[in-house]
Design a binder for this molecule. Structure first.
Ligand SMILES: [Zn+2]
Length: 75
């Protein structure tokens, strides 16, 4: 299983940004699928997405359920 640390986003999000966040207060990955890569938060290293194809989240903002920072795929 590959691990990839995401890029932290600072400042306000762009208009129309698509944010993926947890629907409740449980601290668990916001995405999981059938891929091979775990994406870790760039701030606290929490696995924000598990078993995904990184390109499937290209252009999305993933909000860490643990530290609430916004992350994106590295360029
Ligand atoms: Zn975090």
């Amino acid at each position: 299983m590959a691990k990839l640390t995401m890029r932290l986003l600072d400042g306000p999000l762009a208009d129309g940004a698509k944010v993926v966040t947890s629907m409740d207060s449980r601290i668990r990955p916001v995405l999981a699928g059938g891929g091979r890569t775990t994406l870790r938060c760039g701030s606290c290293a929490f696995p924000v997405a598990r078993r995904i194809d990184p390109e499937s989240v290209r252009g999305l903002v993933l909000r860490c359920p643990r530290c609430h920072r916004d992350n994106a795929l590295p360029d």
